[in-house]
Design a protein around this ligand. Structure first.
Ligand SMILES: C[S@@+](CC[C@H](N)C(=O)[O-])C[C@H]1O[C@@H](n2cnc3c(N)ncnc32)[C@H](O)[C@@H]1O
Length: 388
């Protein structure tokens, strides 16, 4: 009976939500003005809402209630109490392959065009596999900081949890594992998606290929709280690091994280790169992990699958061009520009790289779609360009 009431609340929420803020904040506001929902109710309602969002653009002609239930069925990998209460016949088949679930639900797997604007995507992903990957919540990944490899693995073994090592230094953990309870966050390990860690390997390869000195200048020009910057410092400890971001509050987070990470020597500054270039020396490596649609990470915030506005792709692509235009003024001849997005849209990725190559003295070293969708990880794009 509660499940049916929760379904009605979820229906109300998903139909009222228009993408005005992250859904988690929207739902929080709703629950704070509707105190009758206890924590178990809230969990179930949210589960139903997210099941709906994970259906994204698929089967738009189906009524919203049916899309919630179908989403719940498709997202369930084993029988569970909520599905049992709402669709007991489907619950018995919860572990079936997706193709068979589709038959049972009255659709075909090719109807699962979950992802918005697939025609705008970079060529790389297999569109259907990519679309249905959004039915699954990605895993949690940590990067082990240099010197703590043995300690972390021993501790994970001792805890007896199920983990795996997709690549040396990376650990895949079950969602819900409390990293901070067991490790000193940022000192021993950093929470960082697998694809983001792979960007580090691209950075390392380019550095080694060009035989750059170990002591060189790095500028992380869109640093946020410093995920890429900490990784860069772990790879090149003697590099002279500058970090900047448009938001001073996020740089405060960065400074706290850097302290925990025992990184004390760096310059930090607030700068809006869409309109200005900071007064800093020319750099050997600029890391530009630019603001983007985030479309490669929508498995983590699936409400975007249902609400994303196409005009945002152009808005981001233009902002990215402005940012690179100003950052370029500080790239040393012979230096490297590492352009990164967590987008799957061509305009933010390959098209922007073409624009940079045509407008600045740059040559392409490599560009790569870092595909995470088949590994329960994010999807990213990275291009390395050299100042000629
Ligand atoms: C994708 S995030 C960077 C993530 C970060 N590199 C990491 O690994 O954790 C992009 C950052 O760009 C910043 N940003 C947005 N617009 C900007 C601008 N005009 N100038 C400089 N930074 C900007 C945002 O505040 C955000 O922190």
């Amino acid at each position: 009976m509660f499940a049916k009431a929760h379904l009605q609340t979820a229906l109300l929420l998903v139909q009222a939500y228009k993408g005005e803020m992250p859904f988690v904040h929207y739902a929080k506001q709703y629950f704070s003005s509707h105190k009758k929902h206890g924590s178990r109710d809230r969990r179930q309602i949210l589960q139903l809402c997210y099941a709906y969002f994970r259906m994204g653009q698929a089967l738009p002609e189906w009524p919203a209630e049916k899309r919630i239930l179908t989403g719940l069925f498709f997202c369930s990998t084993e029988p569970n109490a909520l599905l049992q209460a709402l669709e007991p016949v489907w619950n018995e088949q919860a572990s079936m392959p997706l193709e068979m679930k589709c038959e049972l639900a009255g659709c075909k797997i090719t109807d699962l065009t979950i992802f918005p604007f697939p025609g705008q995507m970079s060529d790389e992903p297999d569109q259907l596999a990519f679309a249905v990957s959004h039915l699954v919540q990605p895993d949690l990944f940590i990067r082990i900081r240099p010197g703590f490899e043995e300690y972390v693995i021993k501790k994970l073994d001792k805890l007896g949890i199920s983990y795996s090592i997709p690549e040396p230094g990376s650990v895949r953990l079950p969602n819900g594992f409390s990293v901070e309870e067991h490790f000193t966050l940022n000192q021993q390990v950093v929470i960082q998606d697998l694809s983001s860690q792979r960007v580090g390997r691209i950075m390392r390869a380019a550095h080694d290929y060009y035989q750059m000195a170990e002591e060189f200048r790095i500028w992380d020009c869109c640093a946020a709280s410093g995920g890429k910057a900490i990784m860069a410092k772990d790879m090149f400890p003697s590099a002279l690091l500058t970090v900047s971001d448009i938001r001073s509050s996020i740089l405060e987070n960065l400074r706290r994280r850097f302290k925990e990470a025992r990184i004390f020597e760096f310059e930090s500054l607030v700068v809006d790169l869409s309109v200005a270039t900071p007064l800093i020396p020319r750099q050997d490596l600029i890391i530009a992990d630019v603001p983007c649609s985030g479309s490669g990470t929508w498995s983590r915030n699936p409400e975007n699958l249902a609400t994303f506005d196409k005009a945002e792709i152009t808005r981001y692509a233009e902002l990215q061009r402005k940012i690179i235009g100003n950052a370029m003024r500080k790239l040393q001849p012979g230096g490297l520009l590492l352009y990164i997005t967590c987008s799957v849209y061509r305009d933010e990725n390959e098209e922007n790289v073409n624009h940079f190559l045509s407008n600045y003295p740059l040559e392409l070293v490599s560009q790569q779609f870092i595909s995470g969708y088949s590994e329960k990880a994010d999807n990213m794009f990275a291009a390395i360009m050299k100042h000629i």
